[in-house]
Design a binder for this molecule. Structure first.
Ligand SMILES: [Fe+2]
Ligand SMILES: [Fe+2]
Length: 262
């Protein structure tokens, strides 16, 4: 017996449904194929499905079309609820940076989503120059402002429980801290390198290479509207000193805006 679904991507509920379907139809082996249309390519969805079905002896992936089956929770996974994906593929979705465009579009206003894409590009460029992990760099760039749209009330609720000392800092900075909570909770993202960089991206007080990259990229992405050639050159040469320079400049800028001259 053959069934076909979108599996974009396969969710834990899809998996339960397939197991149940096999039992109800009283078949020894159920063959499962992936439909043509999806956000992820068919081949990639098929690979993920194979991974998810691996522990089940009587569920197999095939290429032939069969009876269509409904999709469960798949749209929610594409919006960042990776925890609803089949157990076997959650890590893979993260590693392959799946659905980051969809997640950012869902969570952010359009201008913020575009900013995130440009930041991610600068992060990848700097990671490449400094021989660091480009996929990680892309991930942190895309996700750094993920909770920017969250209201102060909601931010306060989260920080009160998870990071209360941060409540004394301006609410404008809170999204750096609430993002970490959101990413753990929804996407199951626990990579300390990515989380640290996001946590420190507004204040610029991170000490690692990825912290510097994100802080710099956020400040010098091409949409910022001023010439950042000098900062980019500095960042390509040395991340720590470039980050320190940009931090100094932005402190001077804030003080100047407040009418205090340094
Ligand atoms: Fe931010
Ligand atoms: Fe940003």
């Amino acid at each position: 017996m053959i069934v076909t679904g979108t599996f974009d991507p396969v969710s834990q509920k899809d998996l339960e449904y397939l197991k149940q379907y096999r039992k109800e139809n009283n078949v020894k082996d159920l063959f499962v194929s992936v439909s043509r249309e999806g956000i992820l390519g068919r081949y990639q969805r098929q690979k993920l499905l194979e991974k998810a079905l691996r522990p089940y002896r009587h569920l197999h992936v095939c290429n032939q079309e069969g009876e269509p089956v409904p999709a469960f929770d798949e749209d929610m996974i594409r919006h960042g609820n990776f925890r609803l994906a089949a157990d076997g593929i959650q890590k893979q979705l993260m590693e392959d940076n799946c659905y980051l465009d969809q997640i950012v579009d869902h969570m952010c206003k359009p201008a913020r989503a575009e900013h995130s894409r440009r930041v991610a590009e600068v992060c990848v460029h700097l990671a490449k120059v400094h021989h660091l992990d480009e996929k990680k760099a892309y991930r942190m760039g895309m996700l750094h402002d993920i909770t920017k749209k969250m209201s102060d009330e909601e931010g306060e609720k989260i920080l009160r429980i998870f990071d209360p000392e941060r409540l004394s800092i301006s609410p404008k900075v809170w999204h750096s801290f609430t993002a970490v909570y959101w990413l753990k909770e929804n996407m199951g993202l626990y990579d300390p390198v990515v989380l640290n960089a996001i946590y420190h991206h507004t204040l610029g007080d991170g000490k690692g290479a990825y912290d510097h990259i994100l802080y710099i990229a956020d400040k010098i992405e091409p949409g910022r509207g001023y010439d950042t050639t000098r900062q980019m050159k500095a960042a390509e040469a040395d991340l720590a000193s470039a980050a320190a320079m940009i931090l100094e400049q932005s402190k001077a800028y804030i003080l100047a805006k407040e009418g205090i001259h340094v």
